[in-house]
Structure formats: structure tokens, C-alpha cells
Write a protein of this length. Sequence first.
Length: 242
Amino acid sequence: MSRTIAISSGKGGVGKTTLAVNLATALASRALLVDGDLGLANVDVLLGIEPRRTLRDLVDQGLPPSEVLVESGFGFAVLPASSGVPEMARLDQQGSAALFAALDRIAAEFDVILVDTAAGIGPSVLAFNDWAALSCVVITPDPTSLTDGYALVKVLHNRLQKNRFYFVINEVADQQEGKAVFTHMRSVLANFLGCQAELLGCIPQDAAVREAIRSRQPLLAQQASSRAARAIAAIADRLRQL
Ligand SMILES: Nc1ncnc2c1ncn2[C@@H]1O[C@H](COP(=O)(O)OP(=O)(O)OP(=O)(O)O)[C@@H](O)[C@H]1O
Ligand SMILES: [Mg+2]
């Protein structure tokens, strides 16, 4: 299993945090979920936790990760971030070095580290994808999500020399739609960037997702037999095999 996975998207609101929280729930034992959305953290909201300390304390005050990590309540650990702190969204070089040194130090304690990044192509998104062994890109069938997803891959390829991207197609009407979206993306990436695309899985649009978010619990804990939960569990199985 690849140990470090950054979950990103060009367009916002496509389901990164939902995917990250539920993958962590599926992988649970010895998984760490890092909230990499440094200005608008959401992982705590989806888990119904209120962490006292955040990644900011680790970066600014040099607190050891052990004092910042919290138990999610669902079997995995969380490194929370803070919300409404614009300067944190622009992780400077020094802050970034401190953060990744700390993550490298604790990496051995976990089998997998998932990072829920911010949307877009900002510096923190690039930094987390540079650090992570595997870049997972979330898209939906929306044309704007596809063009923004392409733009993200282009930047990660040009700036970080990444050549392989793992796709999750979220909010599909059915598997056929998801596969068609992926096949199109794969051929565009191959033709224009010479990059490889792998499909991790397609997640159906499912009202259970919103219900879980409202109840501030992972979908996999709340409605494990829903269609979206089963699709995410299958993606976790694929990750275990990589
Ligand atoms: N499979 C799905 N079925 C139905 N609704 C979904 C699904 N996935 C996500 N959503 C909806 O999309 C919203 C956004 O999801 P989420 O917060 O996970 O996206 P995000 O990519 O992390 O957003 P941001 O870019 O703001 O961080 C959720 O509130 C949820 O209502
Ligand atoms: Mg999010």
C-alpha cells in the first residue's frame, strides 16, 4: 500500500472531504487523516469533533504531533487544521518545512496517511501533492469539474513532474457514466500531457451522503450499506492493493 495519499480537485465542492473522511473510516486502523484545507478546515465538522489544537500549533509553536493529533472517534487519527485563518492558507517555506518534517517523523506510526487538501492549485495543494507518494484527483461529471481537474493535473505534472494520477469520479448517475467520464479524462491526459490515469472508483450521487454530513458522522459508520458507502469501501479495498 502506498503510504501517503493527497486527495485534491481543481474545482471545489466535488467531495474531497467526504471521500477522505470515509476512506479513513474504512482503513481505520493505523490511518491518519490530515486536514490539509488549511484556511477552511472541514474534517472536524464532518466528524463532529472540536479539536483544541491544530496543525497551526505544530507549525507556529513547534508542538510535537503527539500533542496535536486527536482520535476521530471512528478508529483513525486526525491532524486537524484551523478555519478562517488566511495566512495559514499560504503556508510559507519555513512553515511547510516544519509541517513535512513533523509528518515524516510520525509517518512510521501509520500504515496510511490521507491528506484532504484545499480545492484549486494553490501552494498548499502543490506542497501536499509533492510530499504524498500518490495523487488522487476527485472529479464529477460536471464540465467545469473536468476542466478544473485537467488544469490541476497539468500543474502537478509541470511543476512536480508527476506522471500518474488516481481518479475518483464522484456524484455519478451510474457506473457507466463514471467510466465514460474517466475514459475521456484518461485519453485527454495521455494525448496532451503524456500522463497516466488510473481509476480508483466511481461514487454514485446518493442522498445518504448529505444525511451523514448533517449528522456529523462518516457515511461508512452511519449508513454502511448505502450505495455511496459501498462504493467508497471498494475504493479503500483498491488502495489496500496498490
Ligand atoms: N456522492 C455524493 N452524493 C450526494 N452528494 C454528495 C456526494 N458527494 C458530495 N456530496 C455533496 O457535496 C457537498 C460537498 O462535499 P465535500 O465537502 O466533501 O466537498 P469538497 O470537495 O471537500 O469541498 P471543498 O472544495 O469546499 O473542500 C457535500 O456537502 C455533499 O452534500
Ligand atoms: Mg473539503
